[in-house]
Design a protein around this ligand. Structure first.
Ligand code: CTP
Length: 217
């Protein structure tokens, strides 16, 4: 199979030295890429600035902003059987990027933010590849994940709780619940992200086999 995996955070510049971003380390996406490579799948890894080195054997496309991620994903879809959107996209960017460093002032000031494009929501409804989204939640995990599954038209969504420090963002471990389009729910209990990556690749491969059987009818 040909996997396109997105990983890590995106960054939106405020000025030449400051940006808006999030705590994503890239570990979960890299673990999925590594697990897919170990099973001899082809992997394009589109990554924001991560804290870990990319697995050997992946075609790595480095991005910084949500807009760059958007363009890289759309370019990669021509050669894709499964898109795994593990990247933690910064939902907003400053309305204006200052070319010069913003100088300190005595008073506070407001920074105007505008939304970035939603990549999953921009994908065509009819397509020849699987789409696996992620849902980073601090509360109402099931409700929010199911809403994202529906609204972003994913085949499955992998939800994780990002409110703690033991699992989720930055941690080496994770615990996830996968919601499928047909209503099925699978839980993977707390384990190293590398193990979760292997489980997810198994699940996605099975989904792909199932979709091929359907297509051949
Ligand atoms: N995502 C995307 N484009 C964006 C933002 C998010 O494609 N502009 C994708 C993420 O890569 C992930 C899924 O959408 O697969 C859900 O991301 P998440 O951050 O959990 O949710 P948001 O859509 O950003 O919504 P909220 O911040 O309100 O939870």
């Amino acid at each position: 199979m040909r996997f396109v995996v997105t990983a890590g955070p995106t960054r939106e510049a405020i000025d030449p030295v400051r940006f808006i971003s999030n705590r994503s380390s890239g570990k979960m996406g890299y673990a999925i890429a590594e697990a897919a490579l170990a099973k001899k799948h082809q992997v394009t890894l589109i990554s924001g600035p991560a804290t870990v080195p990319p697995p050997r054997g992946a075609e790595v496309i480095s991005i910084t902003t949500a807009e760059e991620l958007y363009c890289a994903v759309h370019r990669s879809l021509r050669h894709c059987d499964a898109l795994v959107m593990c990247a933690a996209v910064s939902d907003y960017k400053p309305a204006i990027r200052s070319d010069r460093k913003i100088k300190k002032r005595k008073s506070g000031f407001a920074l105007k933010l505008v939304p970035v494009r939603d990549i999953l929501a921009s994908l065509p409804k009819r397509r020849g590849y699987l789409v696996i989204g992620f849902a980073a939640e601090t509360h109402d995990l099931k409700k929010n994940a199911k809403k994202k599954l529906r609204e972003k038209n994913c085949d499955a969504i992998v939800a994780n709780d990002v409110s703690g420090t033991k699992t989720g963002m930055e941690s080496d471990e994770n615990e996830v619940v996968i919601f499928f389009r047909d209503g099925e729910i699978k839980r993977i209990s707390r384990a190293p992200k590398k193990n979760i990556g292997r489980e997810l690749v198994k699940i996605i491969s099975k989904m792909w086999e199932k979709s091929l059987t359907k297509k051949s009818w």
